[in-house]
Each structure stands twice: as structure tokens, then as C-alpha cells.
Design a binder for this molecule. Structure first.
Ligand code: FS2
Ligand code: SF4
Length: 540
């Protein structure tokens, strides 16, 4: 096993025996093979597209199984093996449909096209099979960006929103990582193209979410508990939440969000459920301790599961692309719906959740809500009431050095405003940082899935101030990353020309010194240091 795809890679190098995240070596190796099967599917499907022979089921399979390899998503050996089996079947079906002459002659096909269930175990498909350090680094950067792309495209797909250009790009990108004729320059181009596709996918997902569930509204979200049994839902899948709310309506069971599901409390479509009780706990990495105290069943919808403790193992469920050995998985039915009866029945016999905290936190400032107060924001900047916006979006994680983000938020001047999205917010969203003339000092646009809102807000501000270059705005970026959705969001920002991003708590282990040089020279990316030092730099 070798995996270095997330910020918590062992010693900022890579996990080699078992993952810091809990992923077993065997599962990591299977995920490498699954990735190679996806490359093989892509090789043939690009051809199938040329002949108009692509099938939608292939798009869905590629998105789902690619998503399954994200950090904290699927730890289940059998699930990954089944993706590999199904992947080979899909690949062979595509291959069989291609007309004569569509492919190069036998014997001239690349290895990726000839892989079989029999020979894959003998092939070296691990990260270090690419010898050149810079090519390897760029292949990884592209692959992890595309994992984020696949995950966001999956979220949109579930709601019926699709973009063929994104599916095609993923296939092209996957195949390019197997092609030794594609060198450093071309790979940099693909990485930037991945960022552009990132902007498109985030825009598509924003459209999917807001057209389906309405535009989020500023909302004071309850963080205490009620006296009914509850079901806790975590991850990012709003469609799962909708079905869960519908199925628990009138049962006396409350539904609470955890981690990245918090922003769901601000959607009009969900606010109308009386049993939608608020948010319980904090970011993903605190689940061990918080799930124990919740007392009721827990549903993990996407990339936020960590190995469960015995104390709540019998009441944690997976669904969609999530998997963990020994847990009950709620499958999608033929008609695309899900039946959450097992959780509902268990909730009926559960005690109400133990209270962790009380009060409310304010969320719901996606672009529409933020722009509805744009005049006041622009005015506050012009009259000097707001001196700077600090984008502190991204991820939270278990490492102690992330306390930096709490201290940084606390140390910011009182006339600055934090713009956030993603679970990084849990490091400061309960600090009570106050407001500036009614504008909250933490403007929370939502999940990492809602990062598009930050882009729209920045673009509208640039327009309001008559600025051509987004970098001339009084906006600084101090971003925290953890996993591959964040890699994609970072590439999306770079593709929009955003410069001078401070990134932490450590730089990605997969970035080679030369690739870092390219990022520094072109975008002036820098690692975070100390609160004092970074404050000086970021406040200009
Ligand atoms: Fe939290 Fe970071 Fe959202 Fe993940 S914002 S760890 O990418 O998908 O969560
Ligand atoms: Fe290690 Fe992160 Fe890979 Fe898990 S996802 S094995 S923690 S690098």
C-alpha cells in the first residue's frame, strides 16, 4: 500500500501499512486496481463516444466508483471488489460494441486496454509505478482533482443534473495518466483544465441544489437537542436527507445533521419539516465521541465516515458510495428511492440524544442570500466599516495544528469578515465573532459543495467596485484542506486566476518540489506559518 492523497498522509509523506484514516492496506491496493479499471473503461468509452455508443450507466458507474476511492468514503473490501468486477464487465461490454477498425491493431494496444481480472494482480498499478517524480506528482494532482470532480458530478447527477463535458474530461484525464507521451507541460494543462471543469461542476451542483430545494436563507440553526429520539445524518447528500425527512414525518422521531450536512438547515425545502431539529456536534473527525452520545441511529451519506467504535457500531448505517465492513448498507431501489425503515425502527427504541451544547449558529449565506445584502456590504467597504474579507474555506481535520484556524479567526481585526464554506468553519463558527452593522462576521455559504457561492460573491464584489482583476479586491485566502474535494476547489480557484492563496495546515505530500515551484511562480501559493506572520501578510 502507498496512499498520500489527503492532508493527513503519514508524516506528510504517505501511509504505507494502514491509513491514518483507518483504510486497510488491502483496501488501498484494491482501490489502486479499481482506479486502473476505470482508466481501462475510459480508454474504450472515449472511443464509444466518438461513435455515439456511450451509455449513461457508464457515466454513473465511473462517478460512483471513482467517488468511492475518496478519503473516508469506502473502507469495505467487498464493495471495492464488486466495483472492480462490475468495472470489467462494463469495459468488456463497451469493447464488444465498438465497430471493426475503431481501435488500433491487436498487439499495439497499451497495457491499460489489455488489463484483465486475471492479470491485474500481477500489474504494478500503484502510485510509484510512475518513476519520474514530477510526472508522478502531476498525475496525482490531476487524479485527486478529478476525484473531487467526480464526487461533485455525482451529487449533481443524483438530482438529475448532468454535463457530458465533465464525464468526457474525466475519461480523458484518467487515460492521460497512463500515457508516457504526455509530459509535464501537457499534464499542467490538464490540471488547469480540471480546475475549469471544477468551476463548471460547482455551478451545475449549485443549480441542482437550488432548483431542487430552493436558495438557502439566513437561518439560526439550533445546536441543542429536543426530548425525542433522533436520527443523525452526515455527509453531503441532500437527496438522502429529503427522503429521510419525508419518511420520518409524523413518527415522533427528530432528524439532526452532523458535519457537512449542517447547511441543509438553511434550505426552504427542509425547513418546513417540524421534525428537522438542528445540528448535532461538529466536523467529521469528532464523530467517534459525538456519535457515542447521540444514542440514536446515524446515516453516513458520503465521504465523512471514520472507523466506528464498538459503542455505536450497531446503529451506524451506510448508503450510496459509502461502505464499511459489517455495517448495514441502505441500497437504492430500482426506482432510485431508498427505504430508511431500519433506521426508523431502531430510532423508535432509542433514547433522545445527550445534549452537547446549546444555542444557535447562523448559516445560509449562499450567493443569493449574500447578494441580497450586497449593497450593504459594498457600502460598508466604501465607508471603511469592513476592511477585508478573509476566505477561510475548506476542511477541518483531526490534527492539533488546526487550532491555528481558531486562533487566526479570533485574532482577525474586528472590521474584517470571514467568508467560509466546507467543514473548516467548525474551528470558529461558535466563537461569537459578532457582526458589522448587521452583517455577520462569519458569512457561511454552506458545504464544500457550495464553494461556488464564494466565487459568485467575489465576482459580484469585483463588479460592484468596477475591478477587472479579482485579485484587486480586499479579499485574502487562508484555506485549509484535507481531502480531494478540496483539491478540486483549489484548482477551480486557480483556474479563475485567484492568486496569493495561503494553504495549510501542511502542503500536499504529493506535490514535488518542481511542481510546487510552478504553483508558486504562477499563483504565489504559500504554506501557512504562524498566526502573527500570516496575519501580517494576509492583511496586506
Ligand atoms: Fe469537509 Fe473538506 Fe466536504 Fe470534505 S470541507 S473534509 O472536502 O467534503 O468534508
Ligand atoms: Fe493515508 Fe489519507 Fe490515504 Fe487515508 S486517505 S490512507 S490517511 S493518505
Amino acid at each position: 500500500m502507498f496512499c498520500n492523497q489527503c492532508q493527513e498522509a503519514l508524516n506528510v509523506k504517505g501511509c504505507t501499512r494502514n491509513g491514518v484514516c483507518g483504510k486497510k492496506g488491502e483496501v488501498a491496493d484494491l482501490q489502486d486496481r479499481l482506479l486502473y479499471v476505470l482508466k481501462s473503461i475510459s480508454f474504450y468509452n472515449l472511443k464509444a463516444r466518438e461513435y455515439g455508443l456511450n451509455e449513461e450507466a457508464t457515466d454513473r458507474f465511473v462517478l460512483d466508483s471513482f467517488f468511492a476511492t475518496l478519503t473516508n468514503t469506502n473502507f469495505d473490501k467487498q464493495a471495492i471488489e464488486s466495483y472492480i468486477r462490475r468495472g470489467f464487465e462494463i469495459r468488456d461490454t463497451i469493447k464488444a460494441k465498438l465497430p471493426e477498425g475503431a481501435l488500433p491493431a491487436r498487439g499495439t494496444l497499451p497495457a491499460v486496454a489489455t488489463v484483465t481480472p486475471e492479470n491485474i494482480n500481477e500489474m504494478d498499478v500503484a502510485i510509484h509505478s510512475t518513476q519520474d517524480e514530477d510526472v508522478r506528482s502531476l498525475r496525482e494532482l490531476l487524479t485527486y482533482g478529478m476525484k473531487g470532480l467526480a464526487a461533485y458530478a455525482h451529487h449533481a447527477y443524483i438530482l438529475g443534473y448532468k454535463d457530458k463535458a465533465i464525464f468526457e474530461f474525466i475519461e480523458k484525464g484518467l487515460v492521460s495518466t497512463t500515457d508516457d507521451s504526455i509530459g509535464v507541460e501537457a499534464l499542467i494543462g490538464l490540471v488547469l483544465e480540471c480546475g475549469q471543469k471544477g468551476v463548471s461542476v460547482l455551478a451545475l451542483l449549485d443549480k441542482a441544489n437550488t432548483e431542487t430545494y430552493g436558495s438557502p436563507e439566513p437561518t439560526a440553526v439550533n445546536i441543542g437537542v429536543r426530548n425525542n429520539p433522533g436520527i443523525l445524518i452526515s455527509g453531503h447528500d441532500l437527496c438522502d436527507l429529503e427522503q429521510l425527512l419525508e419518511q420520518t414525518r409524523g413518527t415522533g422521531i427528530d432528524v439532526y445533521t452532523h458535519g457537512e450536512m449542517l447547511p441543509a438547515n438553511s434550505y426552504p425545502a427542509f425547513k418546513r419539516y417540524d421534525n428537522f431539529a438542528g445540528n448535532y456536534g461538529n466536523a467529521w473527525w469528532k464523530q467517534n465521541e459525538e456519535f457515542e452520545k447521540f444514542n440514536g441511529p446515524i446515516l453516513m451519506t458520503t465521504n465523512c465516515i471514520i472507523p466506528p467504535k464498538e459503542s455505536y457500531r450497531n446503529r451506524i448505517y451506510t448508503t450510496g458510495v459509502v461502505g464499511f465492513e459489517g455495517l448495514t448498507h441502505i441500497y437504492e431501489k430500482e426506482d432510485g428511492t431508498k427505504d430508511f425503515t431500519p433506521l426508523i425502527e431502531q430510532a423508535k427504541t432509542s433514547k433522545p440524544p445527550e445534549q452537547l451544547e446549546s444555542g444557535t449558529i447562523v448559516g445560509g449565506f449562499a450567493h443569493e442570500a449574500a447578494l441580497s445584502v450586497a449593497d450593504r456590504i459594498v457600502d460598508a467597504v466604501k465607508t471603511g466599516k469592513i476592511s477585508r474579507f478573509m476566505v477561510m474555506a475548506g476542511c477541518d481535520g483531526r490534527h492539533k495544528e488546526r487550532a491555528y484556524y481558531t486562533e487566526f479567526a479570533r485574532a482577525l481585526p474586528k472590521d474584517s469578515v470571514i467568508l467560509t464554506a466546507g467543514c473548516a468553519k467548525y474551528r470558529y463558527n461558535k466563537l461569537d465573532l459578532g457582526d458589522i452593522g448587521g452583517i455577520p462576521r462569519v458569512i457561511d455559504a454552506g458545504q464544500c459543495n457550495d464553494s461556488y457561492s464564494l466565487v459568485v460573491i467575489a465576482q459580484k464584489l469585483a463588479e460592484a467596485f468596477g475591478l477587472e482583476d479579482i485579485n484587486d479586491l480586499p479579499v485574502s485566502y487562508n484555506i485549509a484542506w484535507y481531502e480531494q474535494k478540496a483539491v478540486l476547489v483549489l484548482l477551480a480557484l486557480l483556474s479563475l486566476g485567484v492568486k496569493n492563496i495561503t494553504l495549510g495546515p501542511t502542503l500536499p505530500a504529493f506535490i514535488s518540489p518542481n511542481v510546487l515551484k510552478v504553483l508558486v511562480e504562477n499563483f504565489n501559493i504559500r504554506p501557512n506559518t504562524t498566526v502573527e506572520e500570516d496575519m501580517k501578510i494576509l492583511l496586506g
